[in-house]
Design a binder for this molecule. Structure first.
Ligand code: HAM
Length: 439
């Protein structure tokens, strides 16, 4: 390298250093308070899932691209334009999972978990879709997904809906959620309906919005959930999917509805729900809320009885759903009080006292199980340390100075009342247990 290129290199490096690096568009940073909401939701949902006997699976975030194009469907928005796909160093095309059902079916089939068995699984984690970001719609988002296998009757569909309702109750949002149901029938009945719909809409092709014109060729059923008013008006007189349902699907749907009626779970049959993924048959459903604006679907799912066969397995009924945690978190955010980060905050003056504080804290964590103990490690005056203690939400501050190190006593300060007392280290644990157990 000559002197000139070294100089340019240095200039470029300086310029790059000044470039502001920010989060990638559509990727959310979750600050501590926000992350706590996600954690609370997840804990609540996990508890309910356990109470119904669901077992957690760990699915890879990366799968072969073929998995999604084959199982989610070539003509879906997800596969057509939303996947984060890349070639790895060996040239294999891989994709960051845009959803969990395909991976779950792949995993269950690969490990022999499906043949002649009934299974209730769930998984949690991030999904990735290259969508246009807006409130409630991100390029990385969190789902808890549930998949059940080997159960043909409508009772498992009903169980899923009752379980989700219990989840909304536990989170205190059941009043804001409504359930929309539809049946897509069998593959054959859907093919017959598709033909009727295409023939009806082809007559008015030019009046359809651009997206729907394209879908007329690729995925006509998706036109049913178009949000464009002109297209919606044309759909008013379109043939109805329900008129094409095969007998077995109609019975399945009636049975589901009877169970929901008996359980007094309100729902609305919405003939326009077709879902954006190709694998569904029979029951499909969405839990929607009016409180989130355009991105009001918090949970969606349905049956996919042909999916296991598509991946090379024997015919195995399947049904499931996924909940978008980001959207649920938005619903909970207004009333959410994030909890304090500490119970006890230890302030110290000088290096020997700080070392002492660290060791004392270790000892306390052994004896005061569950208590959150934070040691002030940043130096500074006592006043500013106590301010930090207040901000942490701790009930008690311990103050350790040189005198305390030599005398083996610490000052215990109640942060709510300001009361202070000197307590020997021998009595400290008992004293703290009493204070912390009092509400
Ligand atoms: P999905 O309807 O594509 O279904 O997604 C389920 C939920 O994930 C949505 O209702 C929404 O709450 C959330 N979600 C989807 N995309 C985004 C996004 N870009 N930003 C924020 N949240 C989003 C599935 O994924 C199916 N795998 C569900 C399923 C499981 N069906 C059967 N089993």
């Amino acid at each position: 390298m000559n002197e000139r290129s070294v100089r340019f290199g240095t200039l470029a490096a300086n310029r790059n250093q000044r470039l502001k690096i920010q989060a990638v568009r559509g990727m959310q940073d979750l600050l501590p308070g926000q992350k706590q909401i996600f954690r609370t939701i997840e804990d609540t949902l996990r508890e309910i899932l356990a109470s119904y006997g669901y077992e957690e699976l760990g699915l890879p975030v990366i799968e072969s691209t073929h998995l999604f194009s084959r199982l989610v469907g070539e003509a879906t928005d997800i596969v057509e334009k939303e996947m984060y796909s890349f070639d790895d160093r060996s040239g294999e095309s891989l994709t960051l999972r845009p959803e969990g059902t395909a991976g779950c079916v792949r995993m269950a089939q690969e490990h022999g978990l499906l043949f002649n068995q009934t299974q209730r699984f769930f998984y949690a984690g991030p999904m990735f879709r290259y969508e246009r970001p807006q409130k409630g719609r991100y390029r990385q988002f969190e789902q808890i997904g549930v998949e059940c296998f080997g159960m043909e009757g409508a009772s498992i569909d009903a169980e899923l809906l009752l379980m989700t309702h219990r989840m909304w109750q536990a989170l205190g949002v059941e009043g804001e959620m409504s359930l929309e149901l539809n049946s897509l029938g069998s593959g054959e009945s859907r093919a017959a309906y598709r033909e009727a719909l295409v023939s009806y809409l082809s007559g008015m092709r030019d009046d359809l919005d651009e997206d729907s014109q394209r879908r007329l060729q690729t995925n006509p059923l998706r036109i049913l959930d178009s949000k464009v008013p002109g297209t919606r008006a044309l759909l008013a007189d379109a043939p109805m999917l329900s008129d094409y349902l095969d007998e077995a699907s109609r019975e399945h749907f009636d049975e589901l509805r009877r169970t929901l009626d008996r359980a007094q779970l309100p729902y609305r049959v919405n003939p326009y729900i077709v879902r954006g993924l190709d694998y569904y048959n029979r029951t499909v459903f969405e839990w929607v809320t009016g409180s989130l604006g355009a991105q009001g679907t918090v949970c969606g799912g349905g049956r996919y009885d042909g999916l296991v066969e598509q991946i090379g397995g024997r015919p195995t009924p399947g049904v499931g759903f996924a909940i978008g945690l980001d959207r649920l978190a938005m619903m909970l955010e207004p009333g959410f009080e994030s909890s304090a980060s500490a119970d006890v905050y230890i302030a110290s003056m000088g290096d020997p006292a700080r070392h002492h504080a660290l060791l004392l804290a270790e000892n306390m964590r052994d004896r005061l199980t569950g208590a959150r103990i934070v040691v002030h490690c940043a130096g500074g005056k006592l006043k500013s340390q106590l301010k930090k203690a207040d901000v942490s939400g701790a009930k008690v501050a311990l103050i350790i100075g040189e005198d305390e190190v030599t005398s083996g006593a610490v000052t215990v300060k109640r942060l709510d009342t300001g009361e202070q007392e000197s307590v020997t280290e021998t009595d400290l644990f008992a004293r703290l247990s009493t204070i912390l157990s009092k509400e």
